[in-house]
Design a protein around this ligand. Structure first.
Ligand SMILES: C[S@@+](CC[C@H](N)C(=O)[O-])C[C@H]1O[C@@H](n2cnc3c(N)ncnc32)[C@H](O)[C@@H]1O
Length: 351
């Protein structure tokens, strides 16, 4: 059942299993408690298209697509200080810009955007018109991709990628965690989890994660009954570390090492190092889980139109085969690979 509502004034834990299979479009995001039918499952997620990774070569699958259009904030900064923006600074700009767009009350902003656009038409200044139109287009796109399609959080796709792992009360390490969404989804699916989130941009801990809605429902299982259960952020056991991943001194103590949108931000000469971050802290028999944005026409368009919001850092779009080959060549066996709405997903294990 699809419900539209414009009210954000909900109780802290507003959903329970009676709301199963319902979906609500709130002003800022979608709540999605729908499960997948088998037909939807096959439409929704494609899994395991490569049967033997040792037979795949870069000649067959080509290299990722590099998004070369950078945000104005980055190009202005570089002009001003006359050097290339370093990754840490780039991430601080990205996280702030991404979050500010993500938390907009979209219906209200769209009305305001339309008003601004009409006003700009009266000014007869082409620069103002272009700016107002640009913001309006970005809002429409953000509304469609994030709020209507729910392409970024994509809980049904994420659950399909993460399901069926052999784990009990797992320790989960999230590298480059930002607001921490996927670790929380894993925590709901594998109860009793202890989650460590790591990000070197303190804005992620203090704003993106801190302001993640307490009322957002994550679907998972109740281990006592085997039935569906709804978990909220505050039900989870989470430690958030603000530091560079390179400084972590954990041993091999995690059942899952996870990253979402990390690998594609490193040119090829650094990919092995990033792969190694997923090996270093993993217990024997643990799972490295990675997702990256897909290289599809609509994603290329999205990152070009949204460049000012999204592109402060080096960024590639890749196929799941390219992603899998990077990890395979870095010494991982690929246990599961596939793609959901806008991301590729891999579950792998060191050989
Ligand atoms: C693209 S974001 C991850 C996407 C995130 N899941 C989201 O929804 O926005 C990558 C994150 O990794 C962090 N990061 C990148 N390199 C890092 C490093 N060396 N150490 C710690 N955090 C890092 C960035 O600050 C950023 O928040």
């Amino acid at each position: 059942m699809l419900k539209e509502t414009v009210s954000n004034e909900r109780q802290p834990k507003p959903f329970n299993v009676e709301n199963m299979d319902e979906s609500y479009v709130l002003p800022q995001y979608r709540v999605d408690l729908r499960r997948l039918s088998e037909k939807e499952y096959n439409k929704f997620i494609k899994r395991n298209t490569v049967s033997d990774w040792s037979l795949l070569s870069w000649k067959d699958i080509g290299r990722p697509y590099e998004v070369s259009k950078y945000s104005k904030e980055r190009t202005d900064w570089e002009k001003q200080v006359n050097r290339t923006m370093d990754p840490h600074t780039a991430w601080t700009y990205f996280n702030k810009s991404f979050h500010e767009w993500f938390v907009k009350d979209v219906p209200e902003e769209k009305t305001r955007g339309k008003r601004e656009f009409l006003k700009s038409l009266q000014s007869f200044k082409p620069k103002e018109v272009k700016h107002a139109l640009g913001d309006l287009i970005k809002l429409q796109l953000c509304n469609y991709v994030h709020r209507i399609q729910d392409g970024i959080w994509d809980p049904r796709g994420k659950r399909a990628l993460f399901e069926g792992l052999h784990l009990k009360k797992p320790r989960i390490l999230f590298l480059g965690a930002a607001e921490g969404y996927e670790a929380m989804q894993l925590g709901a699916m594998y109860p009793g989890a202890y989650i460590v989130m790591v990000d070197y941009d303190e804005y992620c801990k203090n704003t993106r994660f801190a302001e993640f809605p307490d009322s957002y429902p994550f679907l998972g299982e109740n281990p006592n009954t085997g039935q569906w259960k709804i978990t909220y952020k505050e039900d989870l056991n989470i430690e958030y570390i603000v530091d560079d991943i390179r400084n972590l001194d954990f041993g091999k103590e995690f059942d899952i090492v996870l990253s979402v949108g990390l690998l594609e931000h490193f040119p090829d000469e650094y990919k092995h190092e990033v792969a190694d971050w997923h090996r270093r802290f993993l217990k024997d028999g643990g799972y490295a889980i990675l997702t990256t944005p897909r290289n599809q026409l609509r994603s290329r368009l999205y990152y070009n139109v949204m460049a000012d919001v999204m592109n402060h850092t080096y960024r590639e779009l890749m196929t799941v085969e390219q992603m899998g080959l990077y990890m395979y060549e870095s010494g991982f066996d690929i246990l599961r690979h596939g793609y959901i709405k806008v991301h590729n997903g891999l579950i792998c294990r060191p050989r």
